[in-house]
Design a protein around this ligand. Sequence first.
Ligand code: C2G
Length: 134
Amino acid sequence: MKKVITYGTFDLLHTGHINILRRAKQCGDYLIVAISADEFNAIKGKEAYYSFEQRKAILEAIRYVDEVIPEYTWEQKKDDVEKHDVDVFVMGDDWEGEFDFLKDQCEVVYLPRTVGISTTKIKTDLNLNKANNG
Ligand code: C2G
């Protein structure tokens, strides 16, 4: 069984997330998603709308996702790849090159991001909409 792993916050789930999850799953047979814990989001300078538990429940409901684990640190990837016997590490290409240090453990794949959608854009658009409509 070819195991794939990917990492992210996955807040306010959108088609960009779904596209990367679908393509990540197509890289193997079993997809593990490491979702940033709320404490780690603070380190990343991100404040997710949904808590870790909510984001975990949402991701677990997606057909492409086989397992969800927490991401607590930048440094855990090498151990995760080892512990979960991962064959392929997948990330969007906004991270191109950042995780090449994993290449001695597994295949590293950067996939094109989905253009025009992001959690930040959703929040901005909603705030603008509220401002315009009161
Ligand atoms: N993504 C995408 N297209 C978008 C938006 C996001 O392909 N329009 C991808 C990102 O490239 C990433 C994944 O979806 O691979 C999750 O994105 P985020 O939730 O923004 O995760 P990020 O903050 O990049 O955290 O240790 C790695 C970090 O946890 C990654």
